[in-house]
Ligand binder design. Structure first.
Ligand code: NAD
Length: 487
């Protein structure tokens, strides 16, 4: 499969190029080599995408929910058939190992398309009794939804946004991150192949400027954004200035609480998955691990042993468990946090450097890193690092740890390990987070809602809840009797 796409944008069911757009290179993060170049969409391309999406929307929204659902389910099947090829493309673009991209990317987008494909003909309103008649409500599409994605899970991001949006009858224009522009073009091709009318799902490339043009375009009715809190605040402000609906999937600094009665081995596995999967580039990651002081030594001993076993290397090798960070820029950002941790007096327990990998010297690799002796006020414990840097902190009491866990502006996810059911649910009840895991971490399916409290977001993706964020309610009053004279 050629990695260089036919053209940069996919609009109205076909590839479109704009020769004058700013070139953007996509690099294979394990070697730094350029694997493709796309060009940023300017205002004219954004206008073209909006016009195509409007036409697509008219046709798509007039189709029955069952017919729309069939298209989404057909797209899910094609994604699954092509999973191996799409996994390799995602590995080349993001640097994440094949072990992950085979299960968490196109496969997750397929799960989501299937889930919402099955729901497209089941979207319901209410019926309310009224005087001399009745009232009913309908869920109607907004029209054109903009999707703006992050670079960690590009096709999953696009699938999670497109599936509920399209199920509800909307059209979508998706802008992937400039760092990982490739796989969402494949999703667009596949939706066309599955029978989506031209213009129903469009992809345009570009940096923040293009994202801003899209979010502010008067023809776009809803903006669904995945990315960092600072960018999310900007995108939300520009959408709000035109009273557009938004879904905001933003960053996190999630806590994991390991009580003294926890199964320590499971807790260590949870902490590893919640910090080192995708080289730490996961929004829900439990980068603040609170371990009860009486089990700290046991926890650290197992953590150290298991971390040393992680196989770092070429992400195309099916044996590799941890690949590079997505870019040199991200590497520099993560290394600066490691330096800040050391400067603020945290103890560098493991890692902190660059692994020596023959042949991959130019890749943005980093060792899985663990700090102990971290205090809550340190930058590494407060700010989202988005790399494989775990902060381990000790605590003595339940009240104390819950208060510390909640003492953050973020509220995306949280976890707790304990064998005591009451303690587990009591803690989940008190944690200020949109997603809580009990005795596990970072396991996802598309059936439950996904999204954050506090600065981690607005709205929800996935689950029945997503329907509320990709449709609007119309109330219809039905009067069955002749009207009495009014005056
Ligand atoms: P980012 O905020 O830098 O960029 C996200 C997207 O916004 C990119 O497509 C970018 O081009 C675009 N953008 C930048 N400026 C813009 C503007 N002014 N207007 C419109 N669009 C603009 O995020 P990133 O570095 O790509 O991704 C990492 C971040 O994403 C982390 O903070 C992570 O936690 C978050 N994330 C959240 C979730 C979630 O579901 N909550 C999932 C994945 C990643």
């Amino acid at each position: 499969m050629p990695i260089q796409p036919q053209a940069s944008h996919y609009i109205g069911g076909r590839y479109i190029e704009n020769e004058t757009g700013e070139p953007i290179d996509s690099r294979f993060p394990a070697t730094g080599e350029v694997i493709a170049t796309v060009r940023a969409a300017d205002a004219a391309i954004v206008d073209q995408a909006v016009a195509a999406a409007r036409k697509g929307y008219e046709e798509w929204s007039a189709m029955s929910g069952a017919d729309r659902g069939r298209v989404l389910c057909a797209a899910a099947r094609i994604l699954r058939d092509r999973n191996e090829e799409l996994a390799m493309l995602e590995t080349m673009d993001t640097g994440r190992p094949l072990q992950e991209t085979r299960v968490a990317d196109a496969a997750s987008a397929a799960d989501c398309l299937e889930f919402f494909g099955g729901m497209a003909d089941k979207i319901r309103g209410e019926q309310i009794s009224g005087e001399e008649g009745f009232i009913y409500t309908r869920r109607e599409p907004f029209g054109i939804c903009a999707g703006i994605g992050a670079w960690n899970y590009p096709i999953q991001n696009a699938g999670w946004k497109a599936a509920p949006a399209l199920a509800c009858g909307n059209a979508m224009i998706f802008k992937p991150s400039e760092t990982t522009p490739l796989s969402t073009l494949k999703l667009a091709e596949i939706l066309t192949e599955a029978g989506a009318p031209d213009g129903v799902f469009n992809v345009i490339q570009g940096r923040g400027k293009t994202g801003q043009l899209l979010a502010e375009h008067p023809g776009v009715e809803k903006v669904s954004f995945t990315g960092s809190v600072p960018t999310g605040l900007k995108v939300n402000a520009s959408a709000a200035s035109q009273l557009k609906h938004t879904t905001m999937e933003l960053g996190g600094k999630s806590p994991l609480i390991v009580y003294d009665d926890a199964d320590i081995e499971s807790a260590v596995i949870g902490a590893l998955l919640g910090n080192f999967y995708s080289t730490g580039q996961v929004c829900t990651n439990c980068t603040r691990v609170y371990v009860h002081e009486t089990v700290m030594d046991q926890f650290l001993a197992q953590l150290s042993e298991m971390t040393r076993r992680i196989r770092i290397g070429d992400p195309r090798d099916p044996e590799t468990q941890m690949g590079p960070l997505v870019s040199d820029t991200q590497l520099a950002a993560v290394m600066s946090y490691i330096e800040a941790g050391k400067a603020e007096g945290a103890h560098l327990f493991l890692g902190g450097g660059r692994p020596a990998l023959p042949g991959l010297e130019d890749g943005s690799f980093i060792e899985p890193t663990i700090f102990t002796g971290v205090r809550d006020e340190m930058r590494i414990a407060r700010e989202e690092i988005f790399g494989p840097v775990m902060c381990v902190m000790s605590f003595a009491g339940d009240e104390e740890v819950i208060e510390r866990a909640n003492n953050t502006a973020f509220g995306l996810a949280a976890g707790v390990f304990t064998k005591d059911l009451r303690r587990a649910h009591r803690t989940a009840d008190r944690l200020q987070a949109g997603i809580c895991w009990i005795n596990n971490f970072n396991v996802y399916t598309v059936q439950p809602p996904f999204g954050g409290f506090k600065k981690s977001g607005i709205g929800r993706e996935n689950g029945f809840a997503a329907i509320e964020y990709y449709s609007q309610v119309k109330t219809v009053f039905v009067h069955l009797e002749p009207l009495a004279p009014a005056y």
